[in-house]
Design a protein around this ligand. Structure first.
Ligand code: HEM
Ligand code: HEM
Length: 130
């Protein structure tokens, strides 16, 4: 079960990251009216809408997966992945609560996404490093 949840979480991570990837690809397209560009434009609002739900689900499933895998919550490469996602979600929450401009909190939320991917690779390829 924990293996299934680990992979399910990877799928959620990919979907959460698509928001950034799709926007970047669209920005760099020279023909903004091509069928591909229109397709990207069409899926963007959906990606934007589901992003916080996907992020939140990632956090919930992540801790269940970790608990099922180890039976306890201890310092582990997986916990580092999980904590990064929790910090990312907290930054969004604090940003919204204090009405901080999205451009400001995105300066932290976005690079943390890169860190999260790096930690995920560590968790997958060298899970027992710590
Ligand atoms: C509870 C967790 C999360 C919440 C509430 C959340 C919320 C948000 C919100 C509201 C935005 C601005 C979206 C917009 O431009 O309309 C955003 C952007 C972004 N989020 Fe999250 N997010 C969460 C988790 C994650 C995770 C786990 C990733 C992992 C990859 C991630 C990656 C990003 C990226 C890369 C952007 C920037 C998109 C861009 O520059 O176009 N987020 N997030
Ligand atoms: C509290 C957090 C976490 C803990 C304690 C934890 C723990 C573990 C453990 C013990 C394994 C088995 C390692 C092995 O011996 O091969 C594992 C595998 C894995 N974890 Fe995590 N993990 C956590 C969070 C996450 C998160 C957030 C993801 C997100 C994608 C994730 C994805 C995976 C994947 C894909 C595997 C490989 C499953 C397989 O064997 O095919 N884990 N995790």
């Amino acid at each position: 079960m924990y293996i299934f949840l680990g992979w399910l979480n990877l799928v959620l991570l990919v979907i959460a990251s698509l928001l950034f990837v799709v926007r970047r690809i669209f920005k760099n397209l020279s023909n903004k009216k091509s069928p591909f560009a229109l397709f990207l434009r069409k899926i963007m609002p959906t990606l934007q809408k589901i992003h916080p739900i996907i992020g939140f689900s990632f956090i919930v499933i992540g801790i269940i997966h970790g608990y099922l895998a180890l039976g306890v919550i201890v310092l582990h490469t997986g916990l580092l992945v999980w904590l990064t996602a929790v910090i990312m979600g907290t930054i969004v929450g604090v940003g919204k609560a204090f009405k901080i401009k999205q451009q400001t909190w995105l300066k932290f939320h976005r690079p943390l996404a890169v860190l999260l991917w790096a930690l995920f690779l560590l968790h997958y390829f060298n899970p027992w490093l710590i």
